[in-house]
Write a protein that binds this ligand. Sequence first.
Ligand code: FES
Length: 203
Amino acid sequence: MFAKTLPAVTEITIKKLYSFPVIVIQFTKGKSDSITFVKSFNVLKKTAMIINEELVKEAVKKHGSSRAALIPVLQELVAGKNYLSDLDMVEVAREMNLSAADVYGTATFYSFLDTRPRGKYVIRVCKTISCSMKGKNSILATIEETLKIKLGETTADRKFSLLETNCIGWCHKAPAILINDEPYTELTPQKVTEVLREYIKNK
Ligand code: FES
């Protein structure tokens, strides 16, 4: 039910507004956040769980429930929700009949399966040998300087997160980064600055 009406939920958080607990549901494409007020913390928790259950069920239905489908299921959830919460991982374990430790271990092993909320654009700077030898450090320093964040951080407006990654398959055109799924290669400090300016200005 919820998956059909809220197809692009990126984050579900529980906050306090004055003395009321509230659930804040953020959407990828929505113009504004949708906020639902609830009086009971149990109702609030239940609401978040129902939404999560539906999203997980939909991902498992699409990819299957065998152990081999675990990574595609987790990728699907990250693509739709931006990151995997503890609640997601528990629900995936239940739906796929796996142990929570297995799901958690897999989710935290792969850097592409985010387990923390990220910005709209996730910048992944390749740290493997070819990129390291071709100036990855100066690319990273330029990004940090331009966005005023350090590695592992997200900008205050939640537009950019900056992470490192292992090889992304563009070694012959190092140094390389990914911004979400888009690769940028043969970078120089000047080139990466121009790329970032485009994102800041137009996206
Ligand atoms: S080493 Fe950076 S893309 Fe392969």
